[in-house]
Design a protein around this ligand. Structure first.
Ligand SMILES: C[S@@+](CC[C@H](N)C(=O)[O-])C[C@H]1O[C@@H](n2cnc3c(N)ncnc32)[C@H](O)[C@@H]1O
Ligand SMILES: *[C@@H]1O[C@H](CO)[C@@H](O)[C@H](O)[C@H]1NC(C)=O
Ligand SMILES: *[C@@H]1O[C@H](CO)[C@@H](O)[C@H](O)[C@H]1NC(C)=O
Length: 248
């Protein structure tokens, strides 16, 4: 029995040690982390999660809202093309995505969905979209991006988005946020506890008070509206979210 426990405990320690070494490697090596994250995101982007796809396609990216010259910030694996491909109001699409290891997945999505509009991919950060003209974009979409943009760049990104939007243009967003420390103190504490590892696996994603950044935008945008929602994914710790619209 003692020997059995020793083996179990030994294997467990080895397992933890391997994870620690892996995380250490990902932490220090940016290219490995980006590659890992591209593959990982592709694995967990589950098009069969109908509740999640309904939130993306019917609520945030519904055809009545998204039109014209469209810019996606943090296009990732191109999962949102599943919602956009049959939107006949879209003229063209720019996918802003600095992690170029995502591009092969985006190309696959373009083929899978027979995307009819022109797609241009750009590796610029959305905090400095030097290849996008001011006042040129009708609709910006941004899903699960702000959590991996470090402060104070979130604010810069939202200001840069305002620059490229046409007057009356809209930014539609869906984001993970930090749990409310008053309403859900246990969840808030748990998020703080796992954040160091979460950040490494999730390519810099943190649990952030994103509503504060949006509130700051009220002096810059004509209209800022958002509401807290529950994100229908199996990972309980990442269910706190918001959806919102910023109008120039
Ligand atoms: C969690 S993924 C979400 C991808 C996709 N939007 C989705 O809904 O699955 C966040 C993406 O934002 C990208 N990203 C991070 N910082 C960015 C920045 N400054 N500008 C543009 N994209 C950025 C990351 O490379 C990553 O692909
Ligand atoms: C989604 O469902 C399809 C058809 O049932 C299947 O081929 C595909 O592998 C599934 N994708 C995931 C990510 O589970
Ligand atoms: C567009 O395609 C999606 C996914 O293929 C589908 O669920 C949706 O009903 C389609 N919408 C329209 C308006 O055809």
């Amino acid at each position: 029995m003692k020997r059995f426990l020793k083996i179990i405990f030994g294997s467990f320690s080895l397992f933890i040690a391997l994870i620690a070494v892996g995380l250490g490697y990902l932490k220090t090596n940016t290219i490995a982390r980006q590659k890992f994250f591209a593959g990982f995101l592709n694995k967990i982007s589950d098009e069969n999660n109908t509740a999640m796809m309904a939130l993306r396609c019917n609520e945030v990216l519904s055809h009545s809202r998204i039109h014209g010259h469209v810019l996606e910030i943090g296009a990732g694996t191109g999962i949102n093309l599943a919602c956009l491909h049959n939107n006949t109001r879209i003229i063209d699409y720019i996918g802003m995505e600095p992690n170029t290891h995502m591009y092969s997945y985006i190309q696959t999505a373009i083929k899978q969905w027979n995307v009819p509009f022109e797609v241009r991919l750009s590796s610029n950060s959305a905090t400095a979209m030097t290849d996008v003209e001011s006042n040129s974009i009708d609709t910006i979409i941004m899903i699960f991006v702000l959590c991996s943009v470090p402060d104070p760049l979130s604010k810069e990104l939202l200001i840069e988005a305002h620059r490229v939007l046409k007057s009356g243009g809209e930014l539609h967003l869906l984001e993970h946020i930090a749990a409310d420390s008053n309403m859900k103190p246990m969840m808030y504490a748990f998020q703080r506890f796992i954040e160091p590892a979460w950040t490494i696996i999730g390519d810099g994603c943190r649990f952030k008070p994103t509503t504060n950044y949006l509130d700051q935008m009220k002096t810059i945008y004509t209209k800022v509206s958002y509401q807290k929602i529950e994100i229908p994914i199996p990972i309980i710790v990442a269910r706190d979210g918001i959806k919102g619209v910023l109008t120039k």
